[in-house]
Design a protein around this ligand. Structure first.
Ligand code: ZN
Ligand code: ZN
Ligand code: ZN
Ligand code: ZN
Length: 264
């Protein structure tokens, strides 16, 4: 970075938190600019005491795209300098990004680390909730005794070199929601779908087979309230338990690019 470029980058420091501003960049009625987080918190401009403006600093936003910024994971070790226009994309894939453990709330786990280490952490610390492969057979023991009450299960699945979060929840009304979230890059999400097959083919009832596209990962506390999910009914599931009352189900994660290749 040359000195003159550095000067331009400094213009993007938010006067309140000193972090770099990125679009949307808001301003006071006099034109002092702030990052979106600070703008939401202030009532008046801390520099000139003027009220908050209604229009954004569009010129500055356009310049932002063409200025080079350090990665926000600089302190974690990333030395990349990235054009504003590519910044979000880089932060999404930055190997130094700090991610919370996917079970942070559910298991009271305090672990934070780069994406590449999530799966190692989960295997070591949460082995019963960590699975590998694109075809997994799982069992919910004594499912027929659950009855109409709340129950849930979730797991991190490593498949195709990517990570997925699978979960189901049963509500006291007997509705069971199944969902699969994709934890990789947003631009890759269309590649993957999943299929769930409930019950064993040799039982009195044919397995129930359902499939859907994977959803983009959400915050941990929202995983059991999916926007889209597969639905099943407790009584229907119960009929598919084996004689011990266990419910077997299979999960397949399908790479659609590969699936189409096989067909032709
Ligand atoms: Zn700020
Ligand atoms: Zn001001
Ligand atoms: Zn980075
Ligand atoms: Zn953990």
């Amino acid at each position: 970075m040359t000195d003159s470029q550095k000067g331009v980058t400094e213009e993007f420091e938010c006067p309140v938190c000193m972090e770099y501003m990125f679009p949307p960049i808001h301003q006071c009625t006099m034109g002092h600019t702030f990052c979106v987080t600070c703008f939401d918190k202030i009532r008046r401009c801390p520099t000139c005491r003027c009220p908050k403006g209604v229009s954004r600093a569009y010129a500055l936003e356009r310049i932002h795209a063409r200025v080079t910024f350090p990665c926000k994971y600089k302190l974690e070790g990333c030395n990349e300098k990235i054009l504003g226009v590519n910044l979000n994309q880089h932060h999404e894939v930055c190997e130094f990004a700090n991610n919370p453990c996917p079970f942070a709330n559910a298991m009271h786990c305090r672990w934070y680390g780069p994406k590449s280490e999530i799966i190692h952490h989960c295997r070591k610390v949460h082995p019963t909730n960590t699975q590998s492969g694109n075809h997994i057979i799982l069992k919910c023991p004594l499912f027929d005794l659950l009855g109409l009450q709340s129950a849930f299960y979730f797991a991190i699945i490593q498949a195709y070199g990517e990570q997925f979060q699978f979960c189901w929840s049963l509500s006291p009304t007997g509705i069971m929601k199944w969902s699969m979230y994709f934890m990789g890059k947003a631009s890759d999400i269309k590649r993957y779908k999943y299929q769930i097959s409930i019950g064993k083919p040799n039982g009195d009832f044919e397995p129930i087979i359902m499939s859907a596209n994977c959803e983009q990962m959400v915050e941990e506390h929202d995983i059991f309230e999916p926007k889209y999910c597969l639905l099943s009914n407790y009584e229907n599931m119960r009929k598919r338990c084996n004689k011990n009352g266990d419910l077997h189900y299979e999960i397949q994660i399908i790479d659609k690019a590969f699936e189409n290749l096989n067909k032709t």
